[in-house]
Design a binder for this molecule. Structure first.
Ligand SMILES: O=C(O)CCC(=O)C(=O)O
Ligand SMILES: [Fe+2]
Length: 365
């Protein structure tokens, strides 16, 4: 999916001209009644989500059937999970066992983080390295962004080592609990996904060095926007890892590409949204695909979302599963690079808003 906005790259002077190191500060300055030109992003009319599209077909997965269902329920669960992975690459998980208080506590602490002054946040801005243990900022990477995004972010690496800003006071505790609990769900889901592929339940974990697997907690802050059709929270992209878990406050804004159309993802309260990432596509040799998605903004209230990408250990060189290739009698569609190199490539100017997986695709596939 190509980006749909054509703009000359921003010059450093243009970026500074916004005088805002955060979109939050800019919107709260009271001076923004229309979208400033450096944020201008318009979707192609053909690329708009159709708001009349029924959303009831969004796959919903009842996690309790996996962990405590009867054998028949478990087998139905695996059937539904396989279908969701094949047809959508996105699904909504309910009864996942992560308490509402843990999810809400994390959203509240992220909000408190964004409420710190720009001066206080500076300490945590990181170095522009994709694998900074702690990193906050605005847009995506102002050094390469062609258009500034209508969002601020805070991102921490929470596994294999847990990192956290020391402000606000409750952030670290909330993030530790939230990251542990979401990782438990991801671990069980990966076992189930292995089974849906006809592999041993620990296959993906072993192949991906899951014990040392990378987990990040990445919170997005999208303030209300006076002209939501003229700005974008996060442009179309796929996620780099194996699976991403995502929660949000009461505001929607996630849109997912499904069978060539963009669909509004109206998540049920307290559900966790799960999507497959690029490493899953490589590992399964395209049986399960990573899915294009984006975050649009609204003119009503601030939206906060928290994405929790889970991947292999950073040194793992991910290749299509030899077991799957042999069983299906297929050649590999991708050459392997380490997960660390893949993340760096994806976040570089070379791959900015382009399909990063194309870089690994073996010619003729
Ligand atoms: O805010 C959202 O709904 C999507 C966030 C997202 O896709 C990401 O952080 O990778
Ligand atoms: Fe994403």
């Amino acid at each position: 999916m190509a980006p749909t906005s054509v703009h000359a790259p921003l010059k450093e002077a243009d970026i500074q001209s916004t005088k805002a190191s955060s979109i939050k500060a800019l919107t709260e300055s009271g001076s923004v009644t229309s979208v400033p030109s450096e944020y201008s992003f318009t979707l192609n009319p053909n690329d708009q989500a159709d708001s009349n599209d029924p959303d009831h077909s969004i796959p919903t997965i009842d996690f309790s059937l996996l962990t405590s269902g009867s054998p028949e329920q478990r087998s139905n669960f695996l059937h539904d999970l396989r279908k969701a992975c094949e047809d959508w690459g996105f699904f909504m998980v309910i009864n996942h066992g992560v308490e509402e208080s843990v999810m809400k506590g994390m959203i509240d602490e992220c909000e408190a983080f964004f409420n710190l002054t720009d001066e206080e946040k500076k300490e945590f801005q990181g170095t522009r390295n994709a694998l900074d243990p702690i990193k906050c900022g605005t847009s995506f990477n102002v050094a390469i962004d062609k258009v500034l995004l209508w969002r601020d972010f805070i991102k921490v690496i929470s596994h294999p080592e847990f990192n956290s800003p020391h402000k606000p006071a409750g952030f670290s505790e909330a993030a530790l609990e939230f990251s542990k609990r979401t990782r438990e769900v991801a671990t069980e889901l990966l076992k189930a996904i292995s089974e849906t592929l006809g592999l041993e339940s620990d296959y993906i974990a072993n192949a991906m060095n899951w014990d040392q697997g990378l987990q990040m907690v990445a919170a997005n802050y999208y303030p209300a926007c006076p002209q939501p059709d003229r700005a974008i929270g996060i442009p179309p992209h796929t996620d780099h890892g194996l699976v991403t878990l995502l929660i949000q406050n009461q505001m929607g804004g996630l849109q997912v590409q499904h069978k060539g159309k963009w669909v509004n993802w109206n998540a049920m309260p307290n559900s966790i949204v799960v999507n497959l990432g690029d490493q899953m596509q490589v590992l399964t040799n395209d049986m399960y695909k990573s899915v294009w998605h984006r975050a649009v903004v609204n003119n009503t209230a601030t939206r906060i979302s928290i994405a929790v990408p889970h991947g292999p250990s950073v040194d793992t060189v991910v290749v299509p599963s030899p077991e799957l290739l042999e069983r299906e009698g297929l050649p590999p569609s991708y050459s392997g690079i380490s997960y660390k190199d893949y993340i760096t490539l994806q976040q570089s100017a070379k791959s900015y808003m382009k399909p990063c997986l194309d870089n690994l695709r073996i010619h003729g596939k």
